[in-house]
Design a protein around this ligand. Structure first.
Ligand code: TRP
Length: 358
């Protein structure tokens, strides 16, 4: 429970690096949607995190447009603007301050051992680790602790970062007094493979189906999906395991009996890839229909998303101010300045000489 509002809190967010796809949906968006009624929710557009791998001015100039698109993607996926506070991370300066205060709670060695950071550096073509990329999880901890969140739904690749935020919160509380609830990661399910069958779905690998793709694009991408490469004819028994078409059927086709039957026929060589893909296309269209409908509704009212982000950011700044003050008070930092400024004030009132004159 939050001591002020009496409700447990949830925080999550995305970097504004691209549009959201089916992999994001399976990895974390569906959990956000399912959990939103039980928590007071905060959702950040993590543009400061984007700067760790894309610091160029041209990338920064695209943030506003992508921030809108990401909020719209999340609204389309079913997040309720009445329940969720959307905000822009870079506009909440308290987060920058909190990150510095938290940075003493973790060692460089611990951060250097995280595989996620090495992966990100490699993917961005960086030979050396920038200081802000090493601090990525500390900034993420600052995000999570800013509204004093209890639960953090993320994809598997971010689980270690939430664990780290928990460790940072525990250490802070032990060192200075109870300020932060200990956040829990909420991670269910594995990453979704790409349409090419490689690793995971990702915009940069060009193997993604986006939540904003239209029907024709979805059809083209599904028909082009990688399947069992050994199956050159429909009457050759095929492999269901590791076949992305069936992975997507499992994830998006609610008709489990029909999927089981397709799998059985596929294994026996009694169904062609085209039929399996057409039925996946139909399932995806059914899944995307309400998402498209909500998107159209929100997109209709231009400016609505900006207003949500604007108001959410203002609301988050108030929260962040309270948290930062509590952290500084617990550390005794506010007292340092108070003592000095009060003493200076007293001296000025006494009419003593200017500073520097003994
Ligand atoms: N690291 C997340 C990503 O990979 C984005 C993010 C930033 C985040 N801060 C967060 C997620 C806080 C959950 C909680 O895109």
């Amino acid at each position: 429970m939050d001591p002020i509002t009496g409700q447990p809190r949830l925080l999550t967010g995305d970097r504004p690096t691209g549009l959201l796809h089916l992999g994001h949906y399976i990895g974390s968006m569906r959990h956000r949607v399912a959990l939103q009624s039980r928590y007071e929710c905060f959702f950040l557009v993590a543009d400061l995190h984007m700067l760790t791998t894309k610091p160029g001015k041209d990338d920064i100039l695209k943030i506003a447009e992508l921030a809108r698109a990401i909020v719209l993607d999340n609204l389309a996926a079913g997040l309720d603007p009445q329940r969720v506070t959307f905000y822009l991370q870079s506009a909440v300066h308290e987060v920058y301050e909190l990150q510095l205060l938290l940075s003493g709670m973790i060692t460089v060695e611990r951060l250097q051992q995280l595989p996620t950071l090495k992966d990100m550096a490699r993917a961005a073509g960086m030979e050396q680790m920038p200081y802000n990329l090493l601090g990525y999880p500390v900034l993420q901890a600052a995000d999570i602790l800013t509204p004093r969140a209890h639960v953090v739904p993320v994809g598997k690749d971010n689980e270690s970062h939430v664990e780290l935020a928990r460790q940072i919160a525990r250490r802070f509380n032990n060192a200075y007094g109870e300020v932060f609830p200990l956040p829990e990661p909420y991670v269910i399910g594995d990453a979704l493979v790409g349409t090419d069958g490689q690793a995971k779905m990702s915009k940069s690998l060009d193997n993604a189906i986006f939540l904003s793709d239209d029907s024709r694009t979805v059809h083209r991408k599904v028909m082009g999906m990688y399947t069992d490469p050994n199956r050159i004819r429909a009457d050759i028994p095929g492999n269901v395991e590791g076949n992305p078409v069936f992975a997507y059927h499992d994830a998006f086709n609610p008709d489990h009996a029909a999927v089981a039957e397709l799998k059985a026929r596929y294994r026996l060589g009694q169904v062609g890839d085209v039929e399996v893909k057409e039925s996946l296309y139909t399932a995806l269209e059914t899944f995307l229909a309400p998402i498209r409908e909500r998107r159209a509704r929100f997109a209709d009212d231009t400016g609505h998303v900006d207003e949500l982000l604007f108001e959410g950011t203002a609301r988050t700044r108030e929260e962040a101010g309270r948290t930062l003050l509590a952290a500084k008070q617990a550390m005794g930092l506010t007292g340092v300045w108070n003592r000095i400024s009060r003493a200076a004030e007293r001296r000025r009132k006494k009419g003593a000489g200017a500073a520097g004159v003994p």
